[in-house]
Ligand binder design. Structure first.
Ligand code: ARG
Length: 458
């Protein structure tokens, strides 16, 4: 047991209590951030004359040595320390002696851990943004290639109107674009430095908080020392934004699973992203999509757990807050992993264009257009709706599509039908007619694709 606070105690900590309290098994992830924060802190203490130039240099060299040794695998972070802060300070003191004990001047583990976590999260937010961008790039490429790949658009999972694959994927483009905006917002809002807030009430040393904030690229120091050490809003915002990313991935997964099913056959997931069955030789399962869908619950769970942990906490720091770490780390790992895998699966997936178009045609997605055709030939919409409804019923009985009907069959229900009905209800025409902003028509779609290109290029 190695801990920083034995002075006031007369008995050893019970081993179970020690284990229950310790956080090194998970906060060792914050080692780099912890040392970076300490380097800035010591730099400032030197500038302010709180440490001598020599002490500052000694500590700085010591910390840099530890960082290097940990990075290069020469120094292992072991469970004999209570947390990562104790580990760094103990190794430092072991290596440089008395000066090491001055590192913690004007600082508490409360503002220290708040800083470490913010430094860590800032990088993760940037990484998540990068993964979202890669997803958008794959989506854009597929959109560019598929402005004439017709497929059914659904409502209630019932075939509704024809769209294109570009249009369908474009919906996900918008979702992941908003997810990126959320990352940007989170970064901007959280980017205030808590270091120098002490345990809760600042310190009596003449710290230069602006200076440390600047050294670590924060927009400035936080404005209330009690809030600084007990604010976990940014983690809740991140967990919420990641829950939204996962919700998007999960919906997308659900579609891929449906599209990949034996009944739909819209797509074929690449062998590299599929799995087999131990008993059924014919199987090729969409396990990756299913796992992404499944792991969504885990990220939602982390959000709920942290909200619940925080709801009853009086100001300022309480140990409950240590629970933020495992939850957030796991949710970040999960979300990043899912984004990466889904992007790879999407990039290698084969789209079965013939099958998609056929499904749209056979699914009567052009029924609205047939009714519109009649309206354009003077039939009131309500009557047109009824006429086409009767035609659809007739086709269902004969197991054919609308455009398989002969002109005589069309005319039998309404004399308004002419030879050009076939052209009017082709998938291509149905889609081409829809060119309002955001619609699947090629003109409308190309404008959106143009904007998407410009957005990703900047
Ligand atoms: N391991 C603690 C955490 O993650 C660090 C802060 C400890 N502070 C304290 N007063 N016990 O929250």
């Amino acid at each position: 047991m190695a801990q920083l606070w034995g002075g006031r105690f007369t008995k050893e900590t019970d081993q179970l209590v020690y284990n229950f309290n310790a956080s090194i098994s998970f906060d060792k992830r914050l080692c780099e951030q912890d040392i970076r924060g300490s380097l800035a802190h010591v730099n400032m203490l030197g500038k302010q004359g709180i440490l001598t130039e020599e002490e500052k240099n000694q500590i700085t060299d010591g910390l840099e040595g530890i960082l290097k040794d940990v990075r290069e695998g020469r120094l292992a972070i072991t469970d004999e320390y209570e947390d990562i802060h104790s580990f760094v300070e103990a190794v430092l003191t072991e290596r440089i002696g008395a000066a090491g004990k001055k590192l913690h001047t004007g600082r508490s583990r409360n503002d220290q851990v708040a800083l470490d976590m913010k430094l860590y999260i800032r990088d993760e937010v940037t990484e998540l943004d990068g993964l979202l961008k890669e997803m958008l790039e794959v989506l854009l490429k597929l959109m560019e290639e598929n402005t004439e790949t017709f497929m059914p658009g659904f409502t209630h999972l019932q075939k509704a109107q024809p769209i294109t694959l570009a249009h369908h994927l474009g919906a996900y483009f918008e979702m992941f674009k908003r997810d990126r905006m959320r990352m940007k917002d989170i970064y901007a809002r959280m980017n205030m430095c808590p270091l120098g807030s002490g345990a809760l009430a600042g310190t009596t040393y003449p710290l230069d908080r602006e200076y440390t904030a600047e050294l670590m690229d924060f927009a400035g120091p936080t404005r209330n020392s009690m809030d600084s050490v007990s604010d976990r809003d940014y983690l809740i915002e991140l967990l919420s934004a990641m829950s939204t990313i996962m919700m998007h991935l999960s919906r997308f997964s659900e579609e891929v699973i449906i599209w990949n099913s034996n009944e739909y056959k819209f797509v074929e997931i690449d062998d590299a992203y599929s799995t087999g069955s131990s008993i059924m030789p014919q199987k090729k399962n969409p396990d990756i999509a299913e796992l992404v869908r499944g792991k969504t619950g885990r990220v939602y769970g982390a959000l709920m757990a942290l909200l619940t942990t925080m709801k009853g906490l009086p100001l300022a720091y309480n140990k409950d807050m240590q629970e933020d770490k495992e939850l957030t780390f796991d949710a970040i790992d999960t979300t990043k992993g899912c984004l990466l895998l889904f992007t790879g699966m999407l990039a290698t997936m084969k789209f079965n264009e013939r099958q998609m178009e056929d499904s749209a045609r056979r699914g009567f997605t052009n029924a609205t257009d047939a009714a519109d055709y009649l309206v354009n030939h003077g039939v009131p919409f309500r009557d047109a709706h009824g006429i086409v409804g009767r035609l659809v019923l007739h086709c269902i009985e004969k197991h054919i599509a609308l455009d398989d009907l002969s002109l005589a069959e069309f005319k039998a229900v309404s004399p308004a039908f002419e030879e050009d009905i076939y052209e009017a209800i082709s998938m291509k025409t149905c889609v081409e007619q829809r060119n309002t902003v955001g619609a699947p028509g090629r003109q409308a779609m190309e404008k959106v694709i143009e904007e998407a290109r410009a957005y990703l290029a900047k």
